[in-house]
Design a protein around this ligand. Structure first.
Ligand code: FAD
Length: 365
């Protein structure tokens, strides 16, 4: 993935701070990157993707995350949309949609609603069949990348069970409204999506064979979690790089900051955070690549460890940089805001802890 990492470094080229302030990533850049398939890098080559392993895709995701969490968030959404199609779609649907997602079209995934946040069993969006067509009504909130998306993968109730649908963002009845001034990942294009009587051909339905809502949602979220976890590794690497160069160049009390032991401890904490998150992600990605039964548990663990370490590590980085990093546009200030949101999305800290407690109890039984 080294060539891909170098290419994305050249594309971002120190512009992430400006994108964050403007709240936008230039769309041509997203489409250019999308057309290389690298926004959803685990999609197999037969559908135009790079077909990377979870481990290689994860390392690339961490690299993007070290440069720009907004861009990494767009990648996570694109990858999650592709993964949902891969897992829930028929062979014909995979052939129809995946090549679009590896050739420059952009996608977003909507689960959350005003009354269904942590508790996705409360989803109220409905998908119904009517005269050979599908009709979708609902209201999704905080959909990452929806502002840029051509395709929206939306989860809803379908008959007695649940399903997802692929909705063209310009279909009649779809309204996309940006979230104003998000605290972090400001250029990730978060938006609410209002769906009023959206009519779609029947073959836009994914997984409509009576699957339960929790199973459907868990399938899609698993990809989002591993991607966010690697993104958190990236946040920590970005912070570590900024701190490492600052503490050797900035002098106080006649010495470089690094020779003050309390500052050195902060550096050690940041290094431990980065290493801990990396090991948890590597383990989870190996579980994905080997298809081990522990994959779901390892993924939740990686997401939780990554998010908590990134939030803590980014706060430490701001502390060490002090006034040098305490301004919008600085990498650690941005990391601090972005990392906090990682403790909320794809399963908040509390939701992850509940799942990990259940996992631990089941394992130790
Ligand atoms: P709530 O569910 O209201 O929770 C509030 C607090 O209570 C949280 O701390 C939560 O952990 C805690 N809590 C709730 N229930 C329990 C419980 N049983 N036990 C203990 N604690 C509990 N959604 C999408 O569908 N697609 C996206 O692409 C997407 N991207 C997002 C990007 C960002 C930056 C953010 C902030 C959100 C995004 N979301 C997205 C929405 C996100 O998934 C939800 O914010 C998240 O699931 C939490 O839901 P909520 O905000 O409604 O909080």
């Amino acid at each position: 993935y080294a060539d891909a990492a170098a290419a994305v470094t050249a594309l971002v080229a120190g512009r992430a701070g400006d994108w964050d302030l403007a709240g936008l990533i230039p769309e041509p850049l997203l489409r250019e990157l999308g057309a290389t398939g690298r926004l959803c890098a685990t999609v197999p080559a037969e559908y135009g993707g790079p077909g990377w392993s979870s481990l290689a895709g994860g390392q690339f995701t961490a690299h993007v995350g070290s440069l720009c969490s907004s861009l990494r968030s767009v990648m996570t959404s694109q990858g999650m949309a592709a993964w949902t199609v891969e897992r829930l779609g028929t062979a014909a649907q995979r052939r129809a949609y995946l090549p679009r997602l590896t050739s420059g079209e952009l996608a977003a995934v909507g689960f959350s609603e005003p009354l269904a946040g942590s508790d996705l069993s409360a989803i109220g969006t409905t998908i119904r069949s009517e005269g050979g067509m599908l009709v979708v009504d609902g209201h999704k909130v905080w959909v990452t990348a929806a502002h840029y998306a051509d395709l929206l993968v939306v989860f809803g109730r379908y008959g007695e069970g649940a399903a997802a649908v692929v909705i063209p963002a310009d279909a009649p009845g779809v309204r996309v409204r940006r979230v104003a001034d998000p605290m972090g990942c400001r250029a990730a294009g978060h938006a609410e999506v209002i769906l009023e009587g959206v009519r779609l051909p029947a073959d836009h339905l994914l997984g409509g064979d009576g699957l339960s809502l929790p199973l459907l949602v868990t399938t899609a979220l698993a990809y989002g979690r591993i991607s966010v976890a690697w993104g958190c590794v990236g946040i920590l690497r970005g912070c570590l790089a900024a701190v490492a160069s600052h503490v050797v160049s900035r002098r106080q009390f006649g010495e470089p900051l690094a020779s003050h032991q309390l500052v050195a401890r902060h550096v050690a904490e940041l290094y431990v955070a980065e290493q801990t998150a990396t090991r948890a992600c590597e383990h989870a990605s190996r579980c994905w690549d080997e298809g081990t039964p522990d994959m779901v548990g390892a993924t939740v663990l990686a997401k939780h460890v990554g998010a908590v370490q990134a939030a803590r590590g980014a706060a430490t980085a701001v502390q060490v940089m002090a006034s040098a990093g305490a301004q919008d546009g600085h990498v650690v200030a941005r990391a601090h805001r972005d990392a906090k949101l990682m403790e909320i999305i794809e399963g908040s800290n509390e939701m992850c802890e509940l799942m990990l407690a259940q996992h631990a109890l089941a394992t130790l039984e």
